[in-house]
Design a protein around this ligand. Structure first.
Ligand SMILES: *Cc1c(COP(=O)(O)O)cnc(C)c1O
Length: 366
């Protein structure tokens, strides 16, 4: 059986060694030494000085929206994980869905201005599947209209824009270190910003708003993460370069094997470098997509319809916006299996099944 993803597991002994330290210090959580060590290693690795480690990516999004005091409408993408839009509603704001580009699958900057009203306070864009948005274009619009920008960079560990980590952009970027992400701490996430005052604010918000033992600077929540999660992150960070390298090899091999007119791949925008964290393909229509999924599943291979459905069509968001490109891509996209221990032979097997399913379909037209 081949699943769409598998979490990366480092050698146990390396994690246990750090656990020994936890038993010695008896310090389990609350800004402990391993959390601090992970934050400082991440600063070095990513070359970003202002970041905090939190308990998951969704908390990071919720803190970001509160810390920027956003109100009213937030322009966002319908082609993302549900947490992107639900965090907006959770923060008492209204998501306004703007359609995506058919090549990058990211928020289409050309459509943003038409969606701006007097109520708009921010743009919340996702760099889907580790492919950076057209950040320059989004930044320009935000500056022109005085809007804040938050990037949901949950997929983006290792992605670059203009040769810098994509986490360096926006008023705030957030990421997820969930077990299924390319770099993980089992559960976890991080928030990145530029100003010291904003960093102070989000740090208070992460810890109930505590300023001193008996005083509070902000209304906060519990966004802290534990020494155990930090230990996993510290060990995994030693493997990140080999993880990134292996993913890229697998993705390029998938693309080579699947170069076929009936299959479309995601494309990167200028000055950006993706991290190859997912392997999405887009088929010609939904019927073909379902055929390919069925062919794979009957061989015990489980891809995933991701992201499906397009969030503007999800009833909990009460949205009246049409996003034809996002709806179309959502109905035709499949993420193929991709994880560190996947072998080239597995890619051969998976791609041969897909090509056979496509050929069968083409034959039935004759
Ligand atoms: C995984 C993910 C999140 C949520 O991160 P968690 O750490 O699971 O809370 C948010 N946005 C996107 C695009 C994601 O893929």
């Amino acid at each position: 059986m081949i699943q769409v993803t598998k979490p990366f597991l480092p050698p146990k002994e390396e994690v246990y060694k750090l656990f020994d330290g936890i038993w010695e210090s008896e310090w389990l959580t609350n800004d402990g030494p391993l959390v601090n060590a992970l934050e400082s290693s991440l600063k070095d690795y990513l070359n970003i000085q202002k970041l905090i480690f939190v308990n998951n990516g969704t908390t990071a999004l919720q803190i970001a929206i509160k810390a920027l005091a956003l109100k009213g409408e937030i322009i966002t993408t319908p082609f993302s994980f549900v947490a992107t839009s639900s965090s907006i509603v959770w923060g008492n704001c209204k998501p306004v869905f703007v359609d995506i580009c058919s090549n990058s699958f990211n928020l289409n900057p050309d459509l943003i201005e038409d969606a701006i009203t007097s109520e708009t306070s921010a743009i919340l864009a996702t760099h889907v599947f580790g492919y950076p948005c057209n950040i320059d274009a989004i930044e320009q619009i935000a500056t022109k209209y005085g809007l804040k920008v938050i990037y949901d960079a949950a997929h983006c560990f290792g992605s670059l824009y203009k040769n810098k980590s994509v986490f360096s952009y926006g008023d705030i970027s957030i990421t997820s270190f969930h077990a299924t992400k390319l770099f993980h701490t089992v559960e976890g996430g991080a928030l990145f910003c530029h100003s010291s005052s904003l960093l102070n604010k989000v740090s208070y918000m992460r810890n109930f708003g505590f300023e001193g033992a008996h005083s509070f600077a902000e209304i906060g929540i519990n966004g802290k993460n534990s020494e155990f999660h930090a230990a996993m992150g510290l060990v995994n960070l030693n493997y990140i370069d080999s993880i990134l390298k292996k993913r890229k090899l697998l993705c390029l091999y998938y693309r080579k094997k699947l170069s076929n007119i009936a299959i479309k791949f995601q494309e990167q925008v200028a000055d950006s470098e993706p991290n190859y964290c997912y392997m999405p393909i887009v088929l010609e229509d939904e019927e073909m997509t379902l055929n390919v999924i069925e062919a794979l599943e009957s061989n015990d291979i489980f891809p995933r319809r991701y992201f499906y459905p397009s969030l503007n069509t999800v009833p909990i968001f009460n949205s009246l916006q049409n996003c034809p490109v996002s709806e179309s891509i959502s109905s035709r996209i499949i993420c193929l299996p991709l994880y560190h221990t996947l072998e080239m032979e597995d890619v051969d097997l998976i791609t041969n099944i897909i090509l056979a399913a496509l050929k069968l379909k083409a034959l039935s037209y004759c």
